[in-house]
Structure formats: C-alpha cells, structure tokens
Write a protein that binds this ligand. Structure first.
Ligand code: F0G
Length: 461
C-alpha cells in the first residue's frame, strides 16, 4: 500500500529560471502613476508576482521544448500538424480539427459562419471575447448561469452549471431555429472559474438534442474541470482525468479551445467540429485570416508543443498539484480575513472587493483600488473584474457591474508555494489597514473594452 503524504509538492523540478523584477516602493508608486493606475500599462519587468492571467503564461516542460526543436515548418501537410491532429482527435473524438492562433480566432471563425443578426447564442457564461465575437457578428449573447453562481460567499461544488429551466424557457421564447448554438464554458471563467458538473452538461446536451441545437464547448480549462468532477461528483472518483475529459467531449458537437490555458503552451488554439457544412465554411474563413488549414496561424513547432501539452495536462499528479495550489491561496486569504468567491476556482482565486472595501463605492472602483494597492505595496499584479471592466460611464452617468472582483489567476507550473505564501502575507498586511485605501476616478477611457486603456487617478484624501 502506497503511503499518502499530506503535502502536495510541485510535481516538477526547475531546469531553467527567469529572474523576478524586484523594485522599491517609491519606484512602484512612480510606475503606477505613469501607468495611469492601470496595471495593463505596467512593464512586466517591474512586476514581482504576475497574476494578471493564466493565459499563455505556462512554463513548458522539457519534452515540450523538445517538440519545439522537432517542429516541421512545411507550409502544407507538416508532420507536426498530423501529430497535433491525432492528439486532438483522440482526446475529443471530433472529426475535423482546425488549428488557430488563439481562442478568440476560433470564436470569430465560428461566429462568421453561423452567427449574424436575428440569432442568439446561449451559454452558462460567455467569456468576454466570446461575447464580443457573437455580438460583432450581429447576434445576441445571453448568459444563463445557475443562480448560486452569483452567491459569492456560499460554496457549492458546481457553480459553473447552466440554469436548465432558464435554458428551456429561452429556447421556447426565441425559437430553436434562431439559436445557432449553445456554448458551455468549462470552467466558467467569468464567474469565479467554477466547474460544470457532468450531470449538468449531460442535461444541457439532452435539451440541445431535443431542440436540434448544436452544443459547442469552450474548453480552455477542460482538464481543471475534469479533475474537479473527479473530486466532487459521485461516480467519478475512480476514473482517470482523461476518461472524464473524453466523456465531457462526448456531449458536445464540437469545441473551441484557447490552448494558452490547459494545453500548457504560450500561444495556440483550435476549433474541432463534426458538421461538414460548418467545417467547409470555417476552413474558408480560416484560410482568409489565419492561414492554411494545416498550420492555422501557428508555427509547426507550436502545434507539436500543444499536442504534448494536451497529454501532460491530464496527468493526475499535475492536476492534484494545480487544483490544490489554487485552493491553498484561497485558504490563506480566507484565514487573513479576505472575502473570496467561494470556493476557489480551478485557475484563480477571486477576491470580493465590494465586501473587502465597503467604504469605496462601485463608482470609485474598489476592485481597481485593491489591484493598485497590491502592486504598490508588493509588486503583485492582478486584474479587476468589476465596474472598470463591465460597468458603463463614470461620474454622473455611471452604471455599475453586477460584481466588484479582483482575479488572482495563477500561471501553470510557474510559481512555487513560497510565492503563494508571499502573496498571502501581503494580503494579511493590506487587510490590517484596508480602510485607508482610496478609490479611483477615470480621467480617460474608450467606449469599448475600456479596462485595457483607461487612465485613472486616486481620489483626494
Ligand atoms: N474562452 C475562455 C473561457 C477564456 O478564458 C479565454 C481567454 C478565451 C476563450 C479566449 O482565448 O485569449 O486565447 O483568445 N481568457 C484569458 C483570461 C484572456 O485572462 O482569462 P484567447
């Protein structure tokens, strides 16, 4: 009988290192001011711990770097393409595999084939680029998360699920012929990185089948979702993450993937479909914007690294470490008195800034104020998911978002437990004098996706 240890260690050793950007507090204050209190404008070498995103920030394995050297760069029919195609087909079971440079390219291609005015796409929650691509085609995007997804303080095993009653009601209201697809996002990044249960996915698939609506999966974080099903859903504890993932894919008619997350690469993605009509249209758009269908905007080496990443990400020791390390950050913050979206997600911990900084009204961006404080005192970079990102207007005509969160997204295989301990220590320090944190005002912004470019100033004391 194998002995079980309590400590879950990083399941890798480090072969190549990259120095961190240590800075002084007065320097960071200057950097923040120059950046217009918008951390997207901060040069990365002035950041100590970068939790801005888990996307494209993974550390590749030595095997993936070997793939980079092996990559076949032929324009058409590269060996690396066939390795990639086989890996995706074996995993997903879908017939046609189209590589793309990243997730949003798959979204744009699919929407230009089946989107358009008068159509509506339904989802547990569209990620923002997914929504933007649906809307750019002229179609509507509607989110139908389960109500518990918005109860941030109450933990639940599958808060990424879709509201089935709302789904059926919407289909009846709009008419199935006006709904080109239902999208299930696994895990649900827009609402706390929460997983979707197999049961919910199966039921959504049954409803879609009944109304003859294709079900497309957004599988940016499918492996994390599969592992949480293994841990939390009855009947799955003895099944391997790969078996669970295969069952997930079996309920869809196709998928879109941003490989920058769970394929452990820095760039890449794919669209995988069964319907030959959709594929014909998608291939045309692919050639127009991405490249020939055997490379799709990527280098051959990227395809090969992706194939390998899709295998490594399903390793059970990796997933146990991954899910545990995010949970560990959540546990530490909770102990430090920091309210988080419960439970911690698969790729990130989301801090409830509205609750943590009740003295700052949504119109003065409590999430962004916390993001700036994290950077100011310790060089930690996080991202606001609140009224700066999703609200509208400012000052007089301000419309808040429905939440004020700060996402701490953890890059895969990049940081160790002591980095996480450091972040927890910083939060404990902030919690002691959080009442002194001031809100921010927008002084410059654009009407769309303003969080990327807005400039702000702190409120006068
Ligand atoms: N779908 C989901 C669920 C995502 O989280 C993202 C990206 C995309 C699609 C788009 O993929 O970036 O490769 O074009 N999420 C990143 C993030 C940007 O930080 O959460 P992409």
């Amino acid at each position: 009988m194998e002995r079980h240890w309590k400590t879950i260690i990083e399941p890798f050793k480090i072969k190549s290192v990259e120095p961190l950007g240590f800075t002084r507090e007065d320097e960071r204050e200057r950097v923040l001011k120059d950046a217009g209190y918008n951390v997207f404008n901060i040069p990365a070498d002035k950041v100590l711990v970068d939790f801005l995103t888990d996307s494209g920030t993974s550390a590749m394995s030595s095997e993936q770097w070997a793939c980079i050297m092996r990559g076949d760069e032929s324009y058409a029919g590269a060996r690396s393409f066939f390795i990639f195609e086989k890996a995706v087909r074996d995993l997903t079971g879908y017939r046609h595999i189209l590589p793309v440079h990243q997730g949003r390219a798959a979204e744009r291609i699919l929407m230009s084939v089946v989107g358009g005015p008068g159509k509506t796409v339904l989802s547990n929650s569209h990620f923002d680029t997914t929504r933007a691509n649906v809307e750019a085609s002229g179609a509507n995007a509607i989110d139908l998360p389960v109500p518990e997804a918005l109860h941030f303080d109450t933990p639940g095993p599958f808060k990424g699920d879709m509201d089935l009653k709302a789904l059926e009601a919407k289909i009846r209201e709009l008419g199935a012929k006006n709904i080109p697809m239902v999208i299930m996002t696994l895990t649900n990044n827009s609402l706390g990185g929460q997983p979707v249960s197999m049961r919910n996915l199966r039921e959504v698939a049954e409803i879609c089948k009944h109304y003859k609506i294709p079900l497309i999966l957004d599988v940016a974080r499918f492996a994390e979702n599969a592992y949480m099903i293994k841990q939390r859903e009855a009947g799955y504890s003895k099944r391997s993450p790969r078996e669970i993932a295969k069952e997930i894919f079996s309920y869809g008619d196709g998928c879109m993937m941003s490989a920058k997350k769970d394929a452990l690469v820095n760039i890449g993605g794919f669209l995988a479909l069964n319907d030959p009509e959709w594929v014909r249209g998608a291939r045309e758009v692919l050639i127009l914007g991405e490249g020939f269908p055997t490379y799709g905007g990527l280098a051959g080496r990227d395809l090969e690294a992706m194939a390998r990443g899709l295998e490594e990400v399903l390793d059970e020791d990796y997933l146990a470490y991954r899910i545990r390390s995010v949970e560990y950050l959540g546990d530490g913050l909770r102990k430090a008195g920091v309210p988080i979206v419960e439970p911690p997600g698969g790729h990130a911990v989301y801090v409830n800034a509205k609750k943590f900084l009740p003295h700052i009204p949504p119109s003065l961006f409590p999430g962004q104020a916390l993001v700036c404080e994290l950077y100011r005192i310790a060089g930690i970079r996080a991202v606001e998911i609140g009224s700066l990102m999703f609200g509208e207007g400012s000052n007089g005509n301000f419309k808040p978002a429905r939440m004020e969160l700060v996402r701490l997204a953890i890059p895969r295989r990049v940081y160790t437990q002591s980095h996480i301990d450091f972040v927890i220590e910083v939060f404990a320090e902030i919690a002691k004098r959080k009442d002194l944190i001031r809100g921010l005002r927008i002084i410059e912004s654009s009407p769309r996706l303003r969080h990327f470019t807005a400039r702000l100033v702190p409120e006068a004391a």
